[in-house]
Design a binder for this molecule. Sequence first.
Ligand SMILES: Cc1ncc(COP(=O)(O)O)c(C=O)c1O
Length: 365
Amino acid sequence: MIPMVDLKEQFEEIRDEVMEITESVCNSAKFILGPSVTELEKKIAGYIDSGYALGVASGTDALYLSLLAAGIGEGDEVITTPFTFFATVEAILHCRATPVFVDIDPNTFNIDVSRMEDALTKKTRAILPVHLYGYPCNMDELTALADMRSIAVIEDAAQAFGAAINGRKAGGFGAAGCFSFYPSKNLGCYGDGGMIVTSDADFASTVRLLRNHGSSAGYVHERIGINSRLDELQAAILLVKMKNIERYNERRRKNAALYNKLIGSYVQCPGEQNGFRHVFHQYTVRCPKRNNLQEKLKDAGISSVVYYSVPMHLQKAVGFLGYKKGDFPEAEKAADEVLSLPMYPELGERDIERICSVIKESASK
Ligand SMILES: Cc1ncc(COP(=O)(O)O)c(C=O)c1O
């Protein structure tokens, strides 16, 4: 069986370092927001070139806390994509704001900035683009549109650690960038974890308060926050992985290039615009006979997953928003046609060749 991700293989590579650092954290008996978190925050702020980075408990919390810190609340509208993981939309709703969807670009699967103008209203207070599958949204156009109207941009970069446009990292364009360290992410820990990056000192101070019950000093609470702190063990493990992140992402890119070469004429493969760096959190192809292809792969012992089979506007949980089928045809079509194939840094050439031969055979029938 070829899995979507093999975290065991990566662990074997870094086992000694991880075990050593785990023991050292346990010996220190500092488990929450300690020196490893501070060191990781510094490293990631430097990597993204953002000035500040704040560890939080998950990517979902990173989104929620960033929206809160941007002052988003009841009566506000937040523009986002209907083609994402549900956490993006949940974060908006937890702030009591309203998600307003804009359809996607069928080539990149990211929000189509050229359609955004129509969705803007007097209530629009933020735009929440998602760098889906590890491919950056068109941030130059998006931030230009937001800046003209003083609308905050909060980037969902959960899937895009290391993605970039002309060397500028995803997560570093808006008022805040949100990362997830869920284990299978490009930079993943061994539990839940997340990070907010920002270049704004006040925004960083607000997030620092909000992630820790609104408290700046022992048992003194300036605001109502939540408990969303990154723990030391996760931060220490992430510091080990951070040393290898460029190598991991380059291996993903190499694997994607091989996929593209082998199946480029059989299915629609992911591309890259000039200057854009895709980090292939997912390697996602598009094909009209998707279900048939997935069945063939399964028969051959190859995993594949549909990210995402139901677009956000058609999710039962948000039925009260009143959207209906047909509202975002590109997102709906993508949901019917996308298929993500195995992708991780350690995936071997032989495996990719085997996967591609099944795809070629299935597509030529
Ligand atoms: C696009 C996107 N946003 C947000 C999240 C939420 O991150 P987490 O699982 O760390 O809460 C994820 C995680 O899968 C994601 O893919």
